[in-house]
Design a protein around this ligand. Sequence first.
Ligand code: P6P
Length: 332
Amino acid sequence: MRIPLSRFLIEQQRESKTLDPNLRLLIEVVARACKAIAIAIGKGNLGDAMGTAGTDNVQGEVQKKLDVISNEILLDANEWGGHLAAMASEEMDLPFCIPNRYPKGEYLLVFDPLDGSSNIDVNISVGTIFSVLRAPEGIDCANGDAFLQKGCTQVAAGYAVYGPNTQLVLTFGHGVHVFTLDREIGTFRLTQENLQIPEDTREFAINMSNQRHWEEPVQRYVAELLAGKEGPRGEDFNMRWVASMVADVHRILSRGGLFMYPLDAKMAKQGGKLRLLYEANPMAFLIEQAGGAATTGRERILDLQPTSLHQRVPVILGSKNEVERVTSYHKD
Ligand code: P6P
């Protein structure tokens, strides 16, 4: 245990045969970029990267300086290596095509460079979420269509969570593995292998302030949880909501739970709150690889055919039996 990320990846490449050298090297580059982001975040008010950037992103959300910095760190780290044909990001309207001065590779990288950044100024955990897809032959990467692939086609996915310690959580389709940043030597070291999410849980995560906007199945499901021992579930439940998807999902991968950002009347026009390509899909891949489940409430997230780069979807993920229960309520 505690082997460095590079050794783990080499051994995965030898054993699994699905981790080709270019994908391995791409993950190493992304991991190094996450280290740089961790350092930028870790400076807090001692650095000059806190606060807002004075701009909005393509989502119309106020950009934090660290949103912009994290995005640039990922672009700069990944543009020259020859592993990618293009990159897409929550912070950019259109994809970034690898410049002609660099070789183009066989993969696409799509990411949310700093998820939960509204928490950054109050020192709550945030993260970087990323997904790796194969680049279709002869793509015109400029318009983003190449990224519109079902989540079940991802070749790798992961996130870095910048919390009390920085952890990198990865899957290549052969389990979920956790690496903790050893800051003394600047290396991610393997600290957990093959995470498994308990199929049952007594802990749920949802933004309760949206309750009046939820659809009836979610109203019913959450009301049963809140009724606790005296209600139909016959047990008490606990609630957590960090408002940082990476932090909530990391807790669920670590000890089980149910995360819900369901369709609500407020976001119905947009189709939901969370983005399919760089939040829902990578997290759904990780959750399923750890024995959990991930649906929109009506269908498996990884089966969705994306229709646009920044498409939003409802997300219900975590402990399998609870996801199945709330999904079944949508069928009633
Ligand atoms: P709300 C952060 O902005 C994010 O995209 C996710 O990380 C998080 O789960 C969600 O939005 C929080 O949304 O409406 O509770 O602020």
